[in-house]
Design a protein around this ligand. Sequence first.
Ligand code: GDP
Ligand code: MG
Length: 163
Amino acid sequence: MMFTLAIVGRPNVGKSTLFNRLVGKRLALVDDQPGVTRDLREGQARLGDLRFIVIDSAGLEMADDESLQGRMRRLTERAVDEADICLFVLDGRVGVTAADEYFAELLRKRAKHIILAVNKAEGRAGEAGAMEAFSLGLGEPLRLSAEHGEGMDDLYRTLLPLA
Ligand code: GDP
Ligand code: MG
C-alpha cells in the first residue's frame, strides 16, 4: 500500500534536509533561516524497498491568525490531516521546547499515527535530547541525522509494518 508521510516540526529542525534525502533530489529549500519552507512540498520517497509519498511542511507555528505564520500553520495542519503518518521531528541539540510540547498535543489530537524523531543526532550528539523526548509520551524517539544519513535504517524498520 502506498502511504503518505508528513514531516512536521518546528522550523529549523531539519525537515527539508530529511525530505531531500528521502526524495533524493534538491527539491526542498534548506536554509539556516528558520521557516524558509513556506508551502507544502510533495515528493516520491524511496527508502530501501519502500515507496511512499512524503510531504515537507512549512514548520509548525504557534500563531493562528492571518499572519504569514498563521498561514504556514494552516498549511501544516492540512499536511497533518492528509497524511497517514506524521514524522514529528525535534532538534536533538536543542532538546524539547515549549513549542514542541504544544505541537505534541496538537498532533496527538489530529494525527492518525505519529512517529517521533530526534534529528541532528549524528555521532553522540542528541543523546540528551533523545532522553528528553521520552517526556512527550510519544514513545521511543528515532535518532536521526538527516544531514549525514544516520538512522535511516531505523526509520525504515519503523515504517515497514505501517506500509
Ligand atoms: P527545516 O526548517 O526544519 O526544514 O530545516 P532545514 O532542513 O532547512 O535545516 C535547518 C538547518 O539544520 C540547516 O542548516 C541544515 O543544514 C541543518 N541540519 C539539518 N539536518 C541536520 C542534521 O542531521 N545534523 C546537523 N548537524 N544539522 C542539520
Ligand atoms: Mg524546511
